[in-house]
Design a protein. Structure first.
Length: 514
């Protein structure tokens, strides 16, 4: 009455069918003969060649294990039925003499066989065949599609909690600290990995990569009100730092040369405030800024601003969001935006937030109609990234102390089944980054609630284990106060982490990760 493996997500079910032995039949139905376990184990063998060659062979083996007779072949001839009381023999048989009579041969006109016991019926054979097909060879196909076919249980976004996961401290992972001052928040790097930029509130720090693990501070660029996120254009020519109702645009080449004022211009929306994070379309033409205080994403034509001089015409419009939008990222193919909002609506205290799927094409042409779907994303979701192939969307739920994974495809066509994994991590996770070719995620556990006995740290998660529903938290890397955002340095084994509360930048050697 149940499939051999039950997990919350279909990927975990498929993983189990590939790598785990199914439970013994007797564990589900106590009292069966021991031989039944051997028969079912063979029927559920991983390799097709190890299974029975046919459903009939399987059924025969199972009958034998149960002590039943072999299946009726249907070739026996039943004896003639006796005449019913009150009838003559001629009523049921041809005359003893006379010309031949056409019609049925001697015997009953409609041969009658005794009723088979239920366990010898052809219907049972059909049922047993179906059991083999579903439980043995095809259950992972049926149950593996549970999240789209309505079979199985969908994952539910976690609620608010103060509980955190326990894990070992990864003290052997190399780390260095660089003192910057101010409140380091956003961090990004040039595509070649030679330079890094960190927003510190009263400016932007430029750092140069060298032979050491940690980069070296080079220059502080004076820019007012750049307290939060930053992003680099795909070609590495411009840095965009969230500011006011838009973003400040910095010419990277001029900053590297030490120009006194490398700021090229400013993107500004007509109203709104609380610019939190910036993302740029893969073609570098448009910029998207989450406005935390305005429940909107401001859309700008960056290419127009760079080519014609920045002005009001750069603003395209607003994508509506839920309350306090912060995290934002674009899919690798440039078709979708993913936006996290801390809460569905204004209200006191932490509450369930959302993840929104937005059409990039519509955001660039008709922002008000660009939202495709919205799903619950835990308590206070704050940051979002995608896997390199765009198939998985990862979100940190700050007040759920959890890392969540969503199926990008199901966000488009089956949002009720979109949540495919959740991993408990440390206290109030914020920033996150994929490293080691996407096999690991590092999460910044900021502990902004100052939970007693809990330290801020960096959680290391095995992505494949998480998606398979297995224990995935590998351990914690010690960190400075309030780690917020992370950026891997291209071509190097360095992961940069801003320590907002300590005024420093942390460099982690990801080559040392388990």
């Amino acid at each position: 009455g149940a499939p051999p493996f039950r997990h919350d997500q279909s990927v975990a079910v498929m993983y189990a069918h590939l790598s785990e032995q199914p439970p013994l039949l007797s564990s589900r139905r106590p009292g069966l003969p021991a031989g039944c376990d051997e028969v079912m184990t063979r029927a559920l063998a991983k390799a097709p060649g190890d299974r029975y060659r046919s459903c009939r062979e399987f059924a025969t083996a199972l009958r034998s294990a149960l002590g039943l007779d072999p299946a009726d072949s249907g070739s026996r001839t039943e004896p003639p039925a006796k005449p019913a009381a009150g009838t003559t023999r001629s009523a049921v048989s041809p005359p003893v003499s006379g010309p031949p009579v056409s019609g049925p041969p001697p015997g009953p006109p409609f041969p009658v066989r005794p009723r088979r016991p239920w366990w010898r019926s052809p219907g049972l054979l059909a049922v047993l065949c179906a059991v083999v097909l579903v439980v043995g060879g095809g259950a992972y196909l049926v149950h593996g599609r549970a999240n789209t076919a309505g079979v199985g249980t969908a994952l539910v976004a976690p609620g608010c909690t103060a509980s955190t996961a326990r894990a070992a401290s990864l003290t052997k992972v190399g780390s260095q600290l660089i003192k910057l001052g101010g409140h380091p928040f956003g961090v990004t790097t040039t595509p070649d990995g030679r330079f890094s930029f960190v927003t510190v509130g009263h400016g932007v720090e430029l750092l140069a990569s060298g032979d050491a693990l940690a980069p070296t501070p080079v220059k502080k660029i004076s820019v007012a009100n750049v307290f939060e996120g930053a992003a680099m254009t795909p070609d590495g020519r411009y840095l965009l730092a969230a500011s006011a109702s838009g973003a400040v645009v910095v010419n990277v080449a001029e900053a590297e040369r030490g120009a006194a004022s490398p700021v090229t211009g400013t993107l500004t929306s007509p109203h709104g405030s609380g610019a939190a994070e910036v993302d740029i379309s893969p073609d570098g033409r448009f910029a998207f800024v989450t406005l935390q205080n305005s429940a909107e994403v401001a859309v700008f034509n960056l290419q127009r601003g760079l080519s014609r001089g920045f002005g009001p015409d750069d603003f395209v419009g607003y994508v509506p969001t839920d309350y306090q939008p912060v995290g934002i990222t674009t899919s690798p193919d440039g078709r979708w935006l993913y936006v996290t909002s801390i809460q569905r609506r204004p209200g006191p205290g932490p509450a369930q937030g959302t993840l929104r799927l937005v059409s990039v094409h519509d955001a660039e042409t008709n922002p008000g109609k660009a939202v495709v779907s919205t799903v619950a994303a835990g308590c206070s979701p704050v940051r979002v990234i995608t896997s390199a192939d765009g198939g998985t969307v990862w979100v940190t739920a700050r007040q759920s102390n959890a890392l969540l994974a969503f199926s990008a495809a199901k966000l488009q066509n089956d949002r009720s089944q979109a949540l495919i994994a959740k991993v408990s991590v440390g206290a109030t996770p914020i920033g996150l980054a994929l490293v080691h070719g996407g096999t690991r995620i590092v999460v910044a556990d900021a502990n902004t609630n100052n939970l007693p006995g809990i330290s801020a740290n960096l959680a290391v998660v095995n992505t494949s284990a998480a998606l398979a529903g297995n224990p995935a938290l590998l351990g914690y890397i010690p960190s400075g106060l309030v780690p917020r955002e992370l950026a891997p340095v291209p071509g190097r084994s360095t992961l940069l982490v801003t320590n907002f509360g300590a005024g420093q930048l942390q460099a982690v050697n990801v080559a040392d990760l388990p």
